[in-house]
Structures are given as structure tokens and as C-alpha cells.
Ligand binder design. Sequence first.
Ligand code: ZN
Length: 231
Amino acid sequence: MNDLIGRVLSFEKQVFPNQSALFAKLVNDGQSPKALMISCADSRVVPEQIMQAGPGDLFVCRNAGNIVPPFSNHNGGVSSTVEYAVMALGVRDIIVCGHSDCGAMKALMNPEGLERMPNVAAWLRHSNAAASVVNECYPHMEDAERVRTAALENIVAQIAHLRTHPSVASAIARGQMTLHGWFVDIREGAILALDGVSGRFATVRDDRPLPVAVPAGQRLANGIELLEAAE
Ligand code: ZN
């Protein structure tokens, strides 16, 4: 048996017994995770490790490219996970987490290698806005820099898609949801967080507030209150 597969035996024998009280509580009380993380499926990005999360802490949805398709009438795994996290679990923070050296972003920027992967090619269409921004605004970048910039733009694009989901949009407007855009540099071990006001990604540091992509309570049609007051 491959070494990794064989390690499942130690979950039963060692890991679970050490945490059996926690699991019993989570089974009896149900889960109430503190955040939803939508991360790339890349094996080098481990949401629970980045968040120092244990069982019950983090609701996770992973896919190639940390993509959130815009809301539509087509059912999908990511959309359903987002809806369940917000409506059933009451999650109040959603993190879209991309990373450096991302294979999905390399494919997005060099799609000629995707002829034999039609599903990947179709999936990455949800990141076309990011590719378009990079291609048109940064035409002189070297390939590695283009891929890194695409990963950052892709986080911005997927945050915008999240807002098309009614459950997310209304939770933000009610002041009960904050959106975060994070980029993990897997060479440096650094996390960059998107500041939605400046559009910049800044290193997360403990001596300053955590930048957020969309703060709770932000309404894009704030004039509505003024109209109501004038009536
Ligand atoms: Zn990736």
C-alpha cells in the first residue's frame, strides 16, 4: 500500500482517540464553522494548516483555480456549498484563497496546453476576466509574473462572482458577511490579503488591521436610504 494511503490507519488508532471528546461535542451539537474557505485544490495549499483550524472550525470548498461561478440557474457544487454555508450554517466570513505557482492560472494564461482537458478549459472560462485584464493591461510582463498577476486578478474576479449569489449579497447588505481575498505565496510562506478599497494586496501582519475585500454592511446602492428619506 502506498505510504500516504496507509496513514489512514493511524487516524483510527491515534488521531481520533486523541480528539474523541471534540468529535463527540461536534456530533451532539452539530457543526458551526467560523468561516468558509474557497481554495485552490493544489496539494501545497492546505486551508486547515493556513488557518490553524481543527475539526469543526472551517467549511472548505476546493477546486482548480479557487473559482466561484457566478450565480445562475445551473446547479453546481461551489454554488450549492456557498448557499449551504451561508443559509444553513450562518457563516459570516468567506475567504477566496489563491496562491503562487498555480497550475490553473498557468493554464489560464497559456491555454494551448488544454486541448486534451476540455473540462478544465471550460471551468477556467470563469477566470476569463482575470486573463483579459492581465493580457490587456500588462502586455510586457514575463510569464511567471503574468501568472502571479493572473492569480491576484482571479481572486478579485471570484470575489465579484460571490456577490452575484443572493445569499451572499443579502448577508453583506445586512452587515452579516465579510468577504476576504487571500493569496498564499507558497515559496515565502506569506499571506497577502486584498484591500477592497485600494485594490491592493498587502501582507497580513499582526500590527495592523486585516485588509478585507468587501466589509460587512457595504451596500452598493446606498442612495436608496436618501431616496426614502426624501419621500
Ligand atoms: Zn492552484
